[in-house]
Write a protein of this length. Structure first.
Length: 140
């Protein structure tokens, strides 16, 4: 019975969110219609501001190297968690074949994430502060 309550709550949240977004869109259209009925001149900037989606519904702009760092972090976590998860299952006398298989799959996922990070944009190189300080003081 708890699963039914959970899925009803999830469906309710989805429905209310969609209904709220639709109402906000209808209000914008109503505002635009009222402005047109009053004879107001609507320029492109005002129209763009009225019909622009909410900023929370737009995906945020990513910065260069974000995908690279995400792949490296997730690959490292997968590589280090694979033996631990496999060992816990293996030591608890559960099905040993599944433990080895799961550890192998996690190792392959981690290795794949690490290798795929080569093909995305890397973050810009940062110079160390100590190197900058040494270059300025040593040149003088």
């Amino acid at each position: 019975m708890a699963w039914l309550g959970f899925w009803l709550a999830v469906a309710t949240f989805i429905f209310v969110g969609a209904w709220n977004a639709r109402k906000a869109y209808e209000v914008k259209h109503q505002t635009l219609r009222i402005l047109l009925e009053k004879g107001e001149k609507i320029d492109a900037l005002l129209l763009q501001q009225l019909m622009k989606p909410e900023s929370k519904s737009i995906m945020r702009q990513s910065y260069p190297g974000e995908g690279y760092m995400m792949l490296r972090v997730m690959g490292t976590l997968s590589l280090f968690s694979a033996p631990a998860i496999g060992g816990v299952i293996f030591l608890n006398h559960l099905d040993k074949t599944n433990a080895i298989g799961l550890a192998f799959v996690l190792l392959m996922i981690g290795a794949g994430l690490h290798f795929s990070s080569r093909y995305v944009t890397q973050p810009p190189a940062k110079e160390l502060i100590s190197d900058q300080h040494c270059n300025k003081s040593c040149a003088a």
